[in-house]
Write a new protein. Structure first.
Length: 458
């Protein structure tokens, strides 16, 4: 009999445990259901190019968008009234650099975990939820799962896709600790397969090549053709640092996948446009690069803007606002050349976009201290509008188009049911004035509010 009682008692204890487990699970499910966020009464720019959806609601459950529409309700969801606010997708920048600037200097020695994280936080504060670095990363990024954690959004700041170590021409004057000191620099095409095999082991999002320069320093076609061939053998796409129309023609015939900069010496012609469209080659214009390169010949209208100054590394404002720096720029042949290149770049991006080439946001911010991370992306939108695109087109370039270049459009780049809730909430409508993207009310990442903009107080 005692054995029977013990047996029955054991059954009751097990049954009680399962009841407790069920109750706990049910409670957790109820709590999870109550963690939803319902954004009400907002004006929606969904990133796909359509008109603004006024007085719209967005229901977020967990990390994803559960519903979009008017008059949405959800029991237990936290309601946030965004009357008068405009919501757009958080931006994506397909060409940046991180960890190589500090203060008003540039060096590979600045590539530390702390510096990388600080700069990714800056991007996120400016409403850029995802960035791709192209070619200047360092081994530290791949140690102890650091890059993978950044790419998956497991660490604070913008998620990061890395192009690893790029390919450039041999240059014995470049020291290992310099900004571009960790690049592959093949002397001949025979060296490329081993280098590409090593790079492929890092799982880069793209392979970056620098091909332009003077005739004496240009990458030889035989070398970049081998780079493209080897990259494709590993199913890796290749993005080209390009300037000259003649180089662009050769690169297209060699199988290039992405143009990482504008063509700036001549206007593109119909033949090149047709080739780009046929081969579906995206174009990342980096207009801000050329603007920054000549803007300080005078005082640009953003110089005293707090939104700009907050993006700068310590000491940079003092450098660029000094009369000596501006006088140097006025006398600089490179600055004059950049001003002319910028005018060509504006015409080319308009022509390519109107012809149906996929244009995506990228700025080359973070490569030099004057290319202010975060601010550069908002400036790029303004420059796209200056080129003749509409604000709606510029926003699509900075969101869904950039996601398509990174091949992450299934989850990112637009505000649609089922996608990750990366949102940029604005105090004013950027379709009325593209500079209104700078009036940041809040930044959401994976369904949670993570920033109030660059002036957030920790």
């Amino acid at each position: 009999m005692n054995e029977l009682f013990q047996y029955m008692g054991g059954l009751f204890r097990q049954f009680g445990f399962f009841i407790l487990l069920f109750t706990a699970s049910n409670t957790f499910a109820q709590q999870s259901a109550q963690t939803g966020i319902l954004l009400k009464n907002l004006n929606l720019i969904d990133g796909r190019g359509g008109t603004v959806q006024a007085n719209t609601d967005i229901l977020i459950e967990g990390q994803r968008i559960a519903a979009i529409g008017r008059g949405l309700k959800s029991a237990g969801a936290r309601i946030i009234d965004l009357q008068g606010k405009t919501v757009m997708p958080a931006m994506i920048s397909a060409h940046v650099h991180v960890g190589v600037i500090s203060g008003n200097a540039q060096s590979g020695t600045f590539f530390t975990r702390e510096n990388v994280l600080a700069q990714l936080k800056k991007y996120l504060d400016y409403g850029i939820s995802t960035v791709q670095t192209l070619g200047t990363d360092r081994p530290l990024l791949y140690e102890n799962g650091f890059r993978d954690s950044l790419m998956k959004g497991l660490l604070p700041g913008a998620r990061l896709f890395s192009g690893g170590y790029g390919f450039n021409v041999p240059d014995p004057s470049v020291r290992k600790e310099s900004f571009m000191g960790n690049l592959y620099r093949p002397v001949s095409a025979y060296e490329v397969p081993g280098m590409m095999k090593e790079l492929n082991g890092l799982n880069p999002s793209m392979v970056k090549i620098w091909v332009d320069g003077s005739p004496q320093t240009k990458m030889k076609p035989a070398i970049y053709q081998k780079i493209i061939q080897e990259a494709h053998r590993y199913q890796r796409r290749v993005a080209a640092h390009v300037y000259y129309l003649s180089d662009a023609r050769q690169l297209i015939s060699s199988g290039i996948d992405v143009f990482g900069h504008s063509i700036r010496d001549n206007l593109v012609d119909d033949a090149l446009i047709a080739q780009m469209k046929a081969r579906k080659i995206p174009y990342i214009p980096t207009l801000a690069l050329d603007k920054f390169a000549h803007a300080y010949m005078s005082k640009p209208n953003w110089l005293e803007d707090p939104f700009f100054k907050a993006a700068l590394e310590p000491g940079v404002y003092e450098m660029i606002s000094s009369s000596s720096y501006q006088n140097e720029q006025k006398a600089s042949a490179a600055a004059v050349r950049s001003a002319a290149a910028f005018r060509v770049a504006l015409q080319n991006v308009k022509k390519l976009h109107d012809a149906g080439v996929l244009v995506a946001l990228g700025t080359d911010s973070g490569a030099f201290p004057i290319r202010a991370q975060g601010f550069a992306e908002h400036l790029e939108l303004e420059l796209l509008v200056e080129a003749g695109l509409s604000p709606l087109e510029a926003i699509r370039i900075a969101t869904l188009n950039a996601a398509r270049v990174l091949r992450i459009e299934k989850d990112y780049g637009s505000i649609e049911k089922g996608k990750i809730a990366d949102l940029l909430i604005l105090d004013a409508n950027p379709l009325e004035n593209i500079q209104n993207t700078r009036k940041i009310y809040a930044v959401y990442r994976v369904g949670q509010m993570v920033s109030r903009g660059p002036f957030s107080v920790e």
